[in-house]
Design a protein. Structure first.
Length: 153
């Protein structure tokens, strides 16, 4: 009867195969839906955002490192707020530059968020500071909670 042996690269070093596994997983994810080599094909979720609500307003923060203020556009249509823009990465000279590693993605982005209540479009405030965009979106007076007084009969 023939005997088969199973190749176990981690048998000699318990953690030795993890680096190779990580590299292979990175290649797999990059090939199927991860970051591509061309900026126009980038499919990542950018920018990452937080959206939270208080009694009076919604606050949306978006991380936009490396994006200039003039390259950010915010719009409101109905109860949908949209953030769009472009992150540009310049190299000294394409002909003289040899790129060894590319992890920072460049290109256009667009994200939209449906807000659950009506907002006061005239009072929306947008501030871009230290690579973070902060939108303060006041709720319309009709959407804000109210106290109803109870009177005696």
């Amino acid at each position: 009867m023939a005997q088969y042996s199973v190749y176990r690269p981690w048998a000699a070093e318990p953690w030795g195969g993890l680096d190779q596994l990580r590299r292979e997983m990175d290649l797999l994810f990059n090939r199927f839906g991860g970051a591509s080599e061309r900026a126009s094909d980038w499919r990542g979720v950018f920018p990452p955002v937080n959206l939270y609500e208080t009694a009076d307003e919604y606050t949306l923060t978006a991380e936009l490192p490396g994006v200039a203020r003039e390259d950010i556009h915010v719009s409101l249509e109905g109860s949908t707020i949209t953030i769009e823009g472009e992150r540009k990465i310049d190299y000294a000279s394409r002909e003289e530059t040899s790129l060894h590693r590319r992890e920072r993605q460049a290109g256009s982005f667009r994200r939209s968020f449906e807000l659950p209540a009506a907002v006061d479009a005239e009072r929306i405030d947008a501030v871009h500071r230290n690579g973070v965009l902060m939108l303060r979106i006041p709720k319309s007076p009709e959407a804000q909670p109210r106290q109803i007084s109870v009177r005696a009969s």
